[in-house]
Design a binder for this molecule. Structure first.
Ligand code: AKG
Ligand code: FE2
Length: 213
């Protein structure tokens, strides 16, 4: 196919607007405080993140993969919100098998470039992405907005359109969106570079049953 016909196809595809839900006050003040303390005590257990494609310079942040004391609380609460979230996003309901979770810290200069969350065989059952944001008050970083791109379908693939929605990583809020949406985390500016001043998240994926569509 020529570059010219490529351009033509790009131009005629309709833009599919991405939708998302952001819910404030996801944890109680006490839970939020306990979580923050828990994270600070485990700084040494955080490791550098990688991506499933192992591409260089695609993602920079730290992650804690095991935090049973909180992952249980978070996933239980997410399960109770799912019917409302699915409704708000205008999705048909789907059978949920399991919910993944990880805990990340973005500090000065960290970022996550444009990607989707279910593009490989191991991740193809991820239907919904959630991101719970928490940080120290007053906030000690700027940047780190989440951009969710609108889509177009080209040659049977979802690709990002140029338009996007900017989401503020608001303390104690949780965001839900479709895992297939292209999204990115803009670079964080955290002048102190102190771990406690990071942009923290508990984020993960709601997986559907293998035989559901
Ligand atoms: O931290 C965020 O806002 C999004 C993180 C993300 O896209 C991911 O972990 O896949
Ligand atoms: Fe993502």
């Amino acid at each position: 196919m020529t570059a010219e016909s490529d351009t033509l196809i790009t131009q005629i595809q309709p833009v599919l607007t991405s939708s998302y839900v952001q819910i404030e006050d996801f944890l109680t003040a006490e839970e939020h405080q306990l979580l923050f303390k828990y994270v600070l005590e485990r700084e040494s257990q955080f490791v550098a993140t990688t991506t499933s494609t192992n591409e260089m310079n695609y993602r920079q942040s730290k992650v804690l993969y095991s935090f049973p004391e909180f992952s249980e609380l978070i996933t239980t609460r997410i399960k109770s919100l799912i019917p409302d979230v699915i409704n708000s996003l205008g999705l048909p309901s789907f059978p949920i098998t399991y919910i993944e979770s990880q805990l990340t810290a973005h500090n000065d200069g960290n970022y996550f470039k444009i990607h989707n969350d279910n593009g490989s065989p191991e991740t193809s059952l991820r239907e919904l992405t959630y991101v719970y944001y928490f940080h120290q008050e007053p906030k000690q970083f700027s940047g780190g907005e989440l951009l969710i791109y609108d889509s177009k379908i080209i040659n049977n693939f979802y690709v990002n359109s140029e338009s996007f929605t900017t989401i503020e990583p608001r303390n104690n809020s949780i965001v839900f969106f479709l895992s297939r949406y292209l999204h990115e985390v803009l670079p964080i500016n955290c002048p102190s570079q102190v771990f406690a001043d990071s942009r923290f998240t508990i984020n993960g994926w709601v997986n559907r049953a293998a035989n559901s569509v």
